[in-house]
Design a protein around this ligand. Sequence first.
Ligand code: GAR
Length: 191
Amino acid sequence: MVVKKIAVLFSGSGSNLENILKKVHDKRFSTCKIEISCLISDRKNAYGIQRAKKYGLSTNIIEHKNFSSRESFDKKIVEIIKKSGAELVVLAGFMRILTSEFTQNINAINLHPSLLPLFKGANAIEESYNSGMKVGGISIHHVNEKLDGGEIITQECFKKIDNMSFEEFEKKIHALEHKLLPKTIIDILDS
Ligand code: GAR
C-alpha cells in the first residue's frame, strides 16, 4: 500500500496534533497509509512536543531567534520538511506568517478558528465570540504569504446560542477542528 507522508507544524498545546496522531497517523485508508514523517515546533515549550513523545515521535524545535531573517528561518524548515519526504504540510496552531521561501516550495494547509475571511490573526476565537455574530466556525485553507489568506478548502460553523459562555464557544470551536482537520487531510491524500 502507498505510504503518504505528512508534516505537522505547531506552536502550542497541540490538541490538533494529538488528534491527527490518534486518527490519521499510521492508519490505513482506502488507497494509502498516512504517516507523520516530520514534526516542527517554533517554541521549545510547546506542549505538543510532549503529546508527540507519547506516540514515540520527536519534534524538530526551530526557534526564530536563531535566524537573522524570516526567509532564513523558512529555508531551514523547508529543508527539514523536504528531507522527511512529506507531501503535505499541516499547520495546526503554527503561529507564524510564512514567506514565499516556504509557500513556493511547500504544499501546506492551515487550520484557522474562524469563518475566514473574518477574524484573521492570532485572536480569532475572542474576536468572533465578541463580534455579535450568531454563528462561530472554523476554516481550513491553502497557505500563501498572506496571513490566513490562502484559498479556502472547507469551513464549518455552529449556531452561537444566547448566553453561550466564551469557554463553551471555544470548546465548540475545538470540537469542530478535531472533526474537520483529520477528515480534510484524508480527503486530500486518499483519492
Ligand atoms: C487552534 O484553535 C487553531 O485553529 C489555531 O490555534 C489553535 C491551536 O490549538 N490557529 C490559529 O489561530 C492560526 N491563525 P492546538 O495547539 O490545541 O491544536
